[in-house]
Design a protein around this ligand. Sequence first.
Ligand SMILES: Cc1cc2nc3c(=O)[nH]c(=O)nc-3n(C[C@H](O)[C@H](O)[C@H](O)COP(=O)(O)OP(=O)(O)OC[C@H]3O[C@@H](n4cnc5c(N)ncnc54)[C@H](O)[C@@H]3O)c2cc1C
Length: 462
Amino acid sequence: MSESILRLVDELRASAGPDLDILTDKSDATFQEHAKRWSDIGRKIPAAIILPASEEQIQKTVQWAIKSSVPFVTKSGGHSEWSTIDESGVIIDLSKYSGIDVDPEARKATLKGSILSKQVAVALANAGLFTALGNGNPIGAIPYFLGGGASVTSSITGFGSDQILSARMIDAKGNIVEVTEEKEPDLLWAIRGAGQFFGLVTELVIRGHPLTDLGNDQGVIWLGSFVFPLERANEVSSVMKVLMDDSSKATAGLMMVMAPPPTGKPTLVIAARYTGNPDDAKIAYKSLYDLVPLVANGGPVPIQNTSDGHEALNAKGDYKRFGVVGLRRFDKEGFLKTIDVWTNLITECPDAINTSFNFQWDSRPVKTPPFESAMSLHDIRYWQNNFIWHTDAANRQKVDEFNDESIAIMRGPERSEYADFQNGTRTGPIELRFRGKGKLEKLRMLKKKWDPTGVFTAQLID
Ligand SMILES: Cc1cc2nc3c(=O)[nH]c(=O)nc-3n(C[C@H](O)[C@H](O)[C@H](O)COP(=O)(O)OP(=O)(O)OC[C@H]3O[C@@H](n4cnc5c(N)ncnc54)[C@H](O)[C@@H]3O)c2cc1C
């Protein structure tokens, strides 16, 4: 199979010329570097890695793949489990095509190819703007926006997908489509949340917001952490329950059950944010200070630097995954039960010591945009967001089972109580990712129109 693909790759090489970089030698260090991903879960080795450096080269490559019936996946930042394919196909790796143009007056930015989240945040901040971005600097910004995009500023900006104004997309016939409100309103509706399933987006125009919308003149949010011994989880969770439900103060963050280095001691860490005047954070978190944590620190951080503290999580390799479920409330008793599950996990699988079970909250609701879209999670401001990280392949299934157990506890038996996130999972009932009357039907109808054979994943087909 691979050999016949390699013959087809040679045809692409001949027609595209020497400017198109194509890697086929699996023993070559450059090939190996480009085949790496944030996670080794499900990582495969493709027949070839193609590195187009312009929109024209991307289009030529897609047209070649379609004409030759070669399956392919697109890779931007490589932080999902889906930008990988075995030797029956090829990877279109956008690393060589990247850029951002900010228009400060119009408060928008045009993102190109594999531009990363941190690069977007910095370019916008330099122009006095910010937008909805997530928790990881090296995440490909375009896939983040297309897949919904949960953000540290969701209550001010809405989700990442709510920022999308227009796009240039290569469709399943290899044509470039201008996805605008005027020309393709239904497709625009679809790529705002389900955009990874309709085509290869070469450019995305997104909305920027003035830094003053953060509620201060410095373009900052307050970041802090409160550390408690795990034995105090009961009393800390009781205080957190009140704090999380109090929307009069703009608190948000993660309550994490973990064993941080260097001691590896089971610990409860609250990674907290406060939006507004950073001096008010002390008042907002008074109930936590009053518990006298082992450590309590915090201070204002420029919005573009809010994910700088997470570098250790960004390294490539090992078995990593997020176990995510969107929830309607914080169930304290459930959370305490998940601590037992986590303790059993790290006892039975010591290689999973870096795993943390996390409850994520935002005291304020997600801002709802004035338009409809495929994104359906605006009613969700609580998440169980477990970070799975282990190193022993033999424990792969076991670690997932512990994660599943904790997710099942938190979501409870009532389906109306929980939701799945399309940037986090592609398994399980799809109606938990695209909720609401008629949403899934419309998406399926549009998939039939734009990608009936599943060139860009079989999602929404099967
Ligand atoms: C440490 C970490 C933190 C995260 N934090 C958040 C968060 O706070 N909020 C949130 O919403 N998500 C978060 N995520 C999830 C992340 O946003 C998604 O997995 C995102 O899709 C990753 O994009 P990527 O370019 O890095 O990955 P890739 O694996 O390169 O791409 C992701 C998917 O998009 C497809 N794709 C790539 N480029 C294009 C393109 N140009 N056009 C169409 N499809 C394309 C790929 O084929 C793949 O299916 C986080 C992930 C990690 C690892």
